[in-house]
Design a protein around this ligand. Structure first.
Ligand code: GLN
Length: 539
């Protein structure tokens, strides 16, 4: 078998310019060319995983089947490549150091002095190779978070240097940079990119390509300027302008000739050419005219005076997938749970996951409105728990019902922490200890969920500590709430819904369906929710 190939994607100039989407897009193109691809996301922070971070700090926390809590880019990789990844596909500084320290304690370095260089970069390479082996990949894409020039990613760049030194023909490094456009002279500026390449050069790495993000396409002159100043051939400067929809990116990059350049550098030949399904999807998206209006009632929007929709990235993507399939463009509005105004203008309302007590009453108010005014409602995790609280209070007559996450002394703790979780909370063991990852559930015959999935047994990803309190199930069911999905032992309530006779679509999931929706296969529950929203639009 030929040598394994590595493509490193690093950032220059600034973060947040779509490095994850670029990496996922390159992966998609090479996958379509017939190569077995895997992807690894490196986050230079010391946290072992993303689980303890507030979403406004670092965007959505994505969860994999094996329960690993990771960066939202894994969501991009899964959605673009239509594959499920595991913790082997995620690295952080904290994880790498932990492995090295554990090995040292186990005498695995045979009494040597264990040093930052070379042992940390060697561990990084070992971990990347392990991911490639697990996924039987011929090409492994490695995205390094942050931008070159930050102290904290220097050891990851050192790993690239080591690998390139040993396998010069098997490593390609792509710098994703950004070209600002100044309004007054209307010219894309290349200088920050030149500086970024020099900074990368100072770590001993010459990028093989520059992927130039900008609000508009690069002209030939700008490409030549970057090529000349950054030691590149002009064909290796790839223009990646803003796109209306991220799913367009693979087509833009391929049109710019990216895979031909990458494959020739790696000494590989394209095996087939088939981005057909993907192109058809993008074509469909571009032709959409009609809209469906969805309100997301949340609280992780604000950071200073900016709105951060990254906190709910997978929810947005899932809504898009289902709406696109139905032939509609979603118009998504952020509804601040603390200050919501009227929800009557929405065709559907989503209350997504969350933690803690802030703005909870606002969310409950929104759920009540959606239930009483018969607006299609989808509750995700916390959204399902709060829908249960709302139902308990306003339909089942349990006044003051609550989740013990919000009110420990509530008279009616309809949502409560399970005993094994309580132990963890009391021991301040917060990291990686929630109910995490894929769990099976059984669906009730005749229910909306059962019809949507078309199957009795499902597997969905979780991330929560609290559950519907088993002591209240009977009372809630008597009053008309249907627990249509349960854990196979019948103890845990995984889906709550109202029957069609009572409401066009009122459904909440204890799990996170948004983590499994893919552009070419929307999640069944989002599909059903959008269908109901469209029916409301037509009503
Ligand atoms: N805070 C809730 C819990 O821990 C819900 C979590 C979530 O929405 N992901 O159970």
């Amino acid at each position: 078998m030929a040598n394994k190939k590595y493509i490193f994607v690093v950032g220059g100039v600034m973060s947040g310019v779509g490095k994850g989407v670029a990496t996922a897009s390159i992966g998609k193109i090479l996958q379509a060319k017939g190569f077995r691809i895997t992807a690894v996301k490196i986050d230079p922070y010391v946290n072992v995983d993303a689980g303890t971070m507030n979403p406004t700090e670092h965007g959505e926390v994505f969860v994999l089947d094996d329960g690993w809590e990771c960066d939202q880019d894994l969501g991009n990789y899964e959605r673009f490549l239509d594959k499920n990844f595991t913790q082997a596909n995620c690295l952080t500084t904290g994880r790498v150091y932990l492995s090295v320290i554990n090995k040292e304690r186990a005498l695995s370095y045979g009494g040597k002095c264990v040093e930052v260089v070379p042992h940390i970069p060697l561990q990084i390479i070992e971990d990347i190779d392990a991911a490639a082996k697990k996924d039987k990949a011929e090409i492994v894409l490695v995205e390094i978070g942050g931008t070159v020039g930050e102290y904290q990613n220097i050891l990851f760049l050192e790993a690239i240097r080591f690998l390139k030194l040993k396998h010069p023909k098997d490593v390609v490094t792509i710098l994703v940079s950004y070209l600002p456009l100044r309004n007054n002279d209307n010219e894309l500026k290349t200088k920050p990119t030149q500086y970024a390449v020099r900074t990368l050069n100072s770590t001993g790495i010459q990028p093989d390509m520059v992927l130039a993000r900008a609000s508009v396409p690069l002209d030939q002159k700008r490409k030549q300027k970057i090529a000349l100043n950054c030691n590149l051939e002009v064909e290796d400067v790839i223009s990646a302008p803003d796109v209306r929809d991220v799913y367009e990116m693979p087509l833009i990059l391929e049109k710019a000739g990216i895979s031909k350049r990458i494959l020739s550098k790696l000494g590989l030949k394209s095996r087939k050419k088939d981005l057909k399904e993907w192109s058809a999807l993008v074509g469909r998206i571009k032709r959409l005219k009609k809209t469906v209006r969805i309100g997301i009632v949340g609280k992780y929007f604000g950071t200073g005076s900016f709105i951060l929709s990254d906190s709910y990235l997978s929810v947005i993507e899932s809504i898009k997938h289902a709406a696109y399939e139905a032939g509609y463009k979603p118009q998504i509005d952020w509804v601040d749970a603390g200050n919501q105004g009227s929800l009557s203008k929405y065709h559907g309302v989503v209350v997504p996951g969350g933690f803690g007590g802030r703005d909870i009453e606002g969310k409950i108010k929104a759920i009540r409105y959606a239930r009483e005014k018969k607006i299609p409602f989808l509750g995700l995790c916390y959204g399902m728990q709060l829908a249960t609280v709302e139902f308990a209070r306003n339909v089942a007559g349990l006044r003051g019902a609550n989740s013990t996450e919000i009110d420990k002394k509530t008279k009616y703790p309809v949502i409560d922490v399970m005993p094994e979780q309580l132990e963890k909370l009391q021991g301040a063991k917060y990291g990686g200890t929630m109910r995490l990852g894929a769990y099976p559930a059984l669906l009730k015959e005749g229910a909306i969920a059962r019809k949507a999935y078309g199957t009795k047994k499902i597997s969905e990803r979780h991330r929560h500590r609290y559950e519907v309190n088993p002591e209240y199930i009977e009372r809630l069911e008597e009053k008309g709430l249907v627990f249509s999905g349960k854990s196979p032992d019948g103890v845990l309530m995984e889906i709550a819904e109202l029957p069609k006779s009572k409401h066009p679509f009122f459904l909440g999931t204890q799990f996170h369906p948004e983590l499994k929706s893919r552009p070419l296969s929307p999640h069944p529950l989002f599909r059903e929710f959008i269908k109901a929203a469209l029916a409301k639009k037509g009503r």
